[in-house]
Write a protein that binds this ligand. Structure first.
Ligand code: FES
Ligand code: FE2
Length: 278
């Protein structure tokens, strides 16, 4: 697939402006472009609006994917194409098949500072009746407010997590005594820091275990991830991990950072460096 950025140039003919949404986000424009190209987060981060996604094509020009909005709506899947024009600072999300086919959503990104970007979104549909057009526009603004709230929270968190990663750590990996097991159990689940990484301690299958709370994919937050059958899923792209071993539990192959060993010595819970990998 060649470079198709040239196709993101003008609103389609016969489309009418239904509404406009303006906001600023507290990250630089590079982080926003990363998010625009990140098709995989739609059904995870925006699970109120998207149920599943299957990528059909992608490249420097953008991406095209088949999207299902609600469970059981497979027959009503839409094909969405996102075409970007970085030089012009804008992109178009077009519905090319399925319900709403023909509509286009144009977004302009303007860098304001290293950590601030202005966003202007316009919604274009084939509807002509002014009242219906206004209702559609209002609905789009409501939905996009929520989507950008979720995107901004993710981008800000990721920016901070990347900055933390870059900071050199001289953290100790000396054994850490967390006190009596009986007292600790009443405080679980809880977060602890060990060797410069954050871990969650919880009771599982009659044992206290520790697992990393930074997702190895894009550094998403696993601090509060519900545990199901010993596994957690990341809220950003739905990658799943078995917290007993740190291994991937969805076949996508990423593993959690190694967790400290948890042992009980003379009634006290001790965290210590995990044994070296042979
Ligand atoms: S950051 Fe992508 S799945 Fe966790
Ligand atoms: Fe998003």
């Amino acid at each position: 697939m060649g470079d198709r950025a040239d196709t993101a140039h003008a609103v389609g003919p016969r489309l009418n402006l239904a509404g406009r949404y303006d906001r600023e986000v507290a990250v630089g424009v590079g982080r926003v472009w990363e998010n625009v190209l990140d098709w995989e987060h739609l059904p995870a981060l925006h699970n109120g609006q998207f149920h599943s996604i299957a990528l059909l094509d992608s490249g420097p020009w953008g991406w095209r994917a088949s999207v299902v909005n609600q469970p059981g709506d497979v027959a009503r899947a839409q094909v969405i194409e996102v075409r970007i024009d970085r030089d012009a600072g804008r992109y178009c999300s077009a519905t090319v098949e399925g319900p709403g086919a023909g509509s286009e959503i144009w977004t302009t990104l303007t860098p304001l500072a290293v950590d601030r970007t202005a966003v202007v979104v316009t919604f274009h549909v084939a509807e002509t009746a002014p009242e219906r057009l206004a209702r559609i526009g209002q609905r789009y603004v409501e939905v996009y407010t929520g989507l950008w709230d979720e995107d901004e929270a993710m981008m800000v968190h990721r920016e901070r997590a990347l900055a933390d990663r870059r900071r050199p750590s001289a953290a100790s990996v000396e054994p850490l005594n967390l006190g009596p097991l009986s007292a600790l159990l009443t405080t679980l689940p809880r977060l602890v820091e060990f060797g410069g990484e954050r871990f969650r301690l919880l009771a599982l299958e009659g044992q206290v275990i520790a697992h990393a709370v930074t997702c190895p994919h894009w550094l998403g937050p696993l601090d509060d991830a519900p545990v199901e059958d010993g596994c957690i899923r990341c809220p950003w792209h739905d990658y799943r991990f078995d917290i007993r071993t740190g291994a991937s539990s969805d076949g996508r192959g990423l593993t959690l950072a190694r967790a400290p060993r948890v042992s009980v010595e003379q009634g006290d819970v001790i965290l210590s460096a995990p044994p070296a990998i042979p």
